[in-house]
Design a protein around this ligand. Structure first.
Ligand code: KG4
Ligand code: ZN
Length: 353
């Protein structure tokens, strides 16, 4: 079956078509179109919801058309439409949900709402057979809005065993980048600066918040404040690229240390067969490398994977992939044809079965 996915929860207008082989559940993207608004929001240092909505409105129809053209199919070949209906910025989400409601009504196609984080988790199943990843799964979700450890005993079954008490990991990257005078989004900028770090330059020491706490929760706002104090004490040094590189390196390492320690601890307790990374911060090469090494060393029988590069940040193929698994479980599939009347957008949508 072919599924059209749409994603507009933040600052990317995205549409994608996936083809799923229903015999083995192999998910193959036929197109993955993303129109990014990074340049527009960079001058504000973060995403401005109403500006995002205006851009989504401009882009949504061309992006959907491009996803069909790139996939070399027509709307007749689509079996299901899936859209992110939360969590996210309401003005942005409404553009995607209203566009898909219209399309679902006019094309007479079933419509499903998908949780954005569920999409990030299922990005791991793209270009794989659905049985390639073994349950139970422990998933480290690290995005701009979420930092969670999610235990999944089976498909679509989510138990949040730990989460951030304040800032999300990606949010901390973005805020620290702003303190260092780097551009938005901060994650890739900090990673780039951290690569330039040389041991012989500045010695910066930042805390590893909650690394020894007896639970799987996180906290990143104190770490961000520690960076702020370090910079305030040495404001003139911001002009020195090796100082910026040293702070970036230490900050990134502090985040990676906490994420790796908590994930390994959670895995030792809950004994998953697989560990997955999900969300925009999964693009961080040091997180990928150091978590991979820790798993190899401490729990080598556990399978480790993260999404392919094209599906790490916000995209619509992941929304379509999650929809495939939800669609399998739905009994009254015919009701999906009238979902254009019922689908609700929810800024604080919770992950549910
Ligand atoms: O999942 P995502 O694309 O959007 C949300 O759902 O929030 O994640 C965006 C976040 C941003 O905070 C961005 O700074 C972070 O992911 N990010 C990174 C990297 N690439 C993106 N963080 C650390 N290292 C990276 N290489
Ligand atoms: Zn995201």
């Amino acid at each position: 079956m072919k599924i059209l996915g749409i994603e507009t929860s933040c600052d990317e207008t995205a549409a994608a078509i996936i083809e799923v082989d229903e015999k083995n559940g192999y998910i193959k993207p036929l197109s993955n179109v993303i129109s990014s608004q990074i340049k527009l929001h960079a001058k504000w240092g973060g995403v401005v919801p109403n500006l995002a909505a205006r851009e989504h409105l401009k882009n949504i129809l061309p992006v959907i058309t491009a996803s069909l053209t790139e996939a070399k199919i027509s709307q007749k070949n689509i079996s299901l439409i899936a859209v992110t209906h939360g969590p996210g910025l309401i003005p942005a989400l409404l553009v995607g949900t209203n566009a898909t409601k219209t399309i679902s009504y006019v094309w007479k196609k079933p419509l499903m709402g998908i949780h954005h984080i569920e999409g990030h988790i299922y990005a791991n199943f793209i270009n794989k057979n659905c049985n390639d990843i073994k349950f139970p799964i422990l998933c480290l979700v690290v995005s701009g809005g979420h930092t969670q450890l999610v235990l999944m005993k089976k498909h679509l079954d989510y138990e949040i065993i730990g989460e951030t008490q304040d800032d999300a990991a990606g949010e901390a990257f973005d805020k620290v980048a702003r303190i260092l005078g780097l551009s938005y989004p901060g994650g890739p900028e900090i990673a780039k600066q951290a690569e330039k770090f040389k041991k012989s330059s500045y010695a910066i020491n930042l805390p590893r918040p909650m690394i020894n706490s007896k639970n799987f929760n996180f906290s990143f706002s104190g770490l961000k404040t520690a960076v702020l104090y370090t910079v305030k004490k040495n404001e003139k040094l911001l002009k020195d690229p090796s100082f910026v590189a040293a702070v970036s390196h230490e900050f990134q390492q502090a985040v990676v240390d906490v994420l790796v320690a908590k994930t390994i601890c959670a895995a030792q307790k809950h004994k998953p067969k697989s560990i997955l990374l999900a969300g925009g911060v999964s693009a961080n090469k040091e997180l990928q490398r150091q978590l991979g090494l820790a798993i190899q060393e401490k729990i080598p029988h556990v399978q480790f994977s993260f999404p392919e590069i094209a599906y790490q940040m916000d995209n619509a193929a992941m929304i379509a992939a999650a929809a495939f698994f939800r669609y399998q479980k739905i009994t009254g599939k015919n009701n999906l044809l009238s979902n254009w009347k019922n689908l609700k957008t929810d800024a604080n949508l919770k992950l549910s079965k």
